[in-house]
Design a protein around this ligand. Sequence first.
Ligand code: PGA
Length: 252
Amino acid sequence: MARKPIIAGNWKMNNTIAQTKALVADLIPLVKDANCDVVICTPYTDLAAAVEATKGSNIHVGAENVHWAEKGAFTGEISADMLKELGVEYVIVGHSERRTYFGETDQTVNARVKAALSRGLKVILCVGETLAEREAGVTAEVVTRQTKAAFEGIDNDELDNIVIAYEPVWAIGTGKTATAQDANDTIKIIRDCMAELYCPKCAENRVRIQYGGSMNAKNAKELMAMPEIDGGLIGGASLKAEDFAKVVGFDK
Ligand code: PGA
């Protein structure tokens, strides 16, 4: 069974509501014939507008984070129920910017994954090594540790609801892309880890793994041609409709 590719935009802290409406309007006709799943992950404040603007199109909407608690005294945080009620389908969890700047740990990532899944949200789980870790030769250990921790206590049934995004931290927003071969090799390590945690067939047929880190219109085709790479998590190149549409149309 072939894994269906999935291309997701991660807008990060970009776009107002007005800009969201304009970008989605430009995007809809450009991606309507996509052969992959198309997702845009937007700031919380843009979600309602994005859900409204994408109605009837093939574009799915995701948030960029979610809290692990159902509700309560967590000033500034957003729950899975709140996202669900807005019509949001996906949520990014464990992005390296959250891990680096906001104290996200393997344990909080796992708690957020569980909360999202329990409310029927699909998760885009980010893992990836820093430059220092790559240079120290511990990439495999790092992505394996992050993957095992994130999936702690997650049932086999949920595998179709989690996409893994392998994002080497040194490639994010830097213009430095991992070579297609390096990205493929590390994604294979993650898939082998999933085979060990669940089963080889589960990892082969049901686990989609994206590459992320300076993926754009120019390199998407080469990256997507690799056998282990099932999609992309796109930051900078998701902010312009034409650029994102070219990544989505990598097979055209
Ligand atoms: P980039 O970001 O495409 O701008 O490198 C990717 C990401 O952080 O998800």
